[in-house]
Write a protein of this length. Structure first.
Length: 134
């Protein structure tokens, strides 16, 4: 929970990464290991989401299919992503990072995303997090 020493350690680690990247002009992007719904419903993911949002860090959730489509998981006993699941994750990461790079090169050409809006359920995209503050 929010009062846990483990969460305090997690916050300190995140803040260290945020400070490190910002002090070097690096745009930090975090992909949370959960679906868009998980990020809001699972307490630990919600802690991370809120912490990142308060600090203006861009975050994304992973596609629902990684957590619901058994063909993307190792087995019923081990629901971690298999090679096809990792390929689905890599596709989302690639697409979102490519879009961020394109937007940073020409901000007027790409419509701004609404912070924290969830992607439609039938799309493989994750949930875009906030854009960094200007």
């Amino acid at each position: 929970g929010a009062d846990s020493p483990k969460w305090t350690d997690g916050q300190l680690a995140l803040d260290g990464i945020i400070h490190f990247t910002r002090s070097r002009g690096i745009h930090l992007v975090v992909f949370l290991y959960g679906s868009p719904a998980d990020v809001r419903q699972k307490p630990v993911l919600d802690l991370y989401r809120r912490h990142l949002e308060m600090r203006g860090v861009t975050w994304y959730a992973l596609p629902d299919a990684v957590f619901t489509d058994r063909s993307l998981q190792i087995s019923v006993i081990d629901p971690h992503p298999n090679s096809a699941g990792h390929a689905a994750i890599a596709e989302v990461v690639w697409r979102e990072l490519r879009a961020l790079v394109r937007e940073s090169r020409n901000p007027s050409a790409t419509p701004a995303k609404t912070p924290w809006s969830a992607a439609p359920a039938d799309t493989p995209a994750g949930s875009p997090g906030p854009s960094p503050p200007s």
